[in-house]
Design a protein around this ligand. Sequence first.
Ligand SMILES: *[C@@H]1O[C@H](CO)[C@@H](O)[C@H](O)[C@H]1NC(C)=O
Ligand SMILES: *[C@@H]1O[C@H](CO)[C@@H](O)[C@H](O)[C@H]1NC(C)=O
Ligand SMILES: *[C@@H]1O[C@H](CO)[C@@H](O)[C@H](O)[C@H]1NC(C)=O
Ligand SMILES: *[C@@H]1O[C@H](CO)[C@@H](O)[C@H](O)[C@H]1NC(C)=O
Length: 531
Amino acid sequence: MVLPAEKILLLAIAIGALMGSSQGANILGLFTSISPSHLIIQMSAVKVLAENGHNVTVVTVLKPVVNHKNITVIQVPLSREEAQIMSDKIGVMSKNDNSNMALSLLRMSEQMDFMIRKTAETLMNDRVRDLYLNRGNKFDLVLSGYFMNDYQLGFAKKVNAPVIVVATMPPNQLLNPLIGNPLEVAYVPSISDSVEKGKGMSFRQRLAGYSSSLFFEIFNFVTQRRSKKLYKKVYGNDPNMPEYSEMLKNTSLVFFSSHAASEGPIRPNVPSAIEIGGIQIKDKPDPLPQTIAEFLGNATNGAILLSLGSNVQGKHLNPETVVKMFNVLSKLKERVIWKWEDQENTPGKSANILYSKWLPQDDILAHPNIKLFINHAGKGGITESQYHGKPMLSLPVFGDQPRNANAMVKSGFGLTLSLLTLEEQPFQEAILEILSNPQYAERVKSFSTLYRDRPMTARQSFLYWTEYVIRHHGAAHLQSPLLHMNFIAANNIDIYFLIFVILISVLVLIKFLVKFIYRRFISKPKKVKTN
Ligand SMILES: *[C@@H]1O[C@H](CO)[C@@H](O)[C@H](O)[C@H]1NC(C)=O
Ligand SMILES: *[C@@H]1O[C@H](CO)[C@@H](O)[C@H](O)[C@H]1NC(C)=O
Ligand SMILES: *[C@@H]1O[C@H](CO)[C@@H](O)[C@H](O)[C@H]1NC(C)=O
Ligand SMILES: *[C@@H]1O[C@H](CO)[C@@H](O)[C@H](O)[C@H]1NC(C)=O
């Protein structure tokens, strides 16, 4: 006989089984991008899963900076030659002017080609293939990092699990098609543009936005062609693999690194577009290393953080530019923390400057004595600075950096100067302007308040929606019909054509009728006359 307590327990187990459990799931993260800033966001996200009792396995090329005891990392590193090639390419790119997005994308295409090929090779590595060849492995979910690598989504089919894309950018034309998120170029400004409050988009803006969307359409086409080839290459001729185009219609959700309510653009998103902007930022800062804590704590005149990111290292900079920067910074009354790799070869000694090879940037920005962040306009750094309400001076180098810098200046959070043409006087003037004019700090602080005001933090959203997909074994019910419609149907062009045909037919009919009536009843006497 079964006792009541046991009955309740059995019932609870039955209900649990019915609802589907997401506790202690096996989750696979494919984070093969060679960009350190992408990996930081992706690892910060899966760290949340590990902290909540999930068993996370990740595949990476780079060594993750963010990590957790319960995350198993399968790293397929770059060879020494490949790492050298990457470093050289970034060095060359940092010497070009990259304010034009289309031009810099074309210029980066060779480097991107290398990165995307490397991603494919990573998926073909024996240790990675073992994830699906070894029958002992079972995954409940695949998280796929995005870097123009749609073929990677096929890996989810190999391990028979639903897939979520983790993107390190806001909704855009490359990712929207995966979940049928609308593009709406008429009123959603492109990434490099923005719309004034209380205004619509002008003709010039719409024309620019439309042209840029055409460019990206071509870019998308080229990317998809390469991706389709790599899809064949990576998964071979496995008859169980679906057609590439079918495989693309199977993404459960996309996580975007944005927060529209504070950052814009205000745009429609389908329910499977989930924003987790700022997930890499800790809710509470960790204690700083002692030297930095004392240096900042004793900075009675305030302090400046200078970091040009993880891609551009001191040795890539023009030595004259470094001297100019040192001359300005060493004369300030504020203290300066300068991220500098080569501790033997620093730009110069000065009592107010502390050089450090590695910096807990997020924790330093949280310090109340930091008055200014001089950065390279990487999305990650700008996001952290905005989160902590710190004004910025951005010295962009390449890729999306000039755009990020311009958007930051437009929001009133600081100023920007080109690193390639940096001179002492403008550098000094920009620093003094931001430190003395309170409007920059005020604007960025009020943004910070909006950015943090959410129903769920980025971490909570990420955890909730990831477990949601695991609980429901995918999210096919969230899928937009747009994924199954072609261009003509999606834009109702056939219906406009039908209306046009009906209108023309009616006009022709009316013309015919008028002619008929005229001939029959009005022009009859004429006929009589001629006769
Ligand atoms: C790691 O996972 C084990 C087993 O799931 C759990 O007992 C432990 O608390 C986890 N460790 C951390 C640091 O979360
Ligand atoms: C965690 O995942 C790895 C990789 O699939 C697997 O080998 C291991 O058995 C899993 N651990 C648990 C406790 O499920
Ligand atoms: C789509 O994903 C599900 C798992 O969520 C899988 O069972 C199915 O085979 C996939 N279909 C295609 C066409 O990839
Ligand atoms: C200032 O520096 C001294 C040592 O140089 C240290 O003992 C003290 O704690 C520092 N003050 C703060 C507020 O960090």
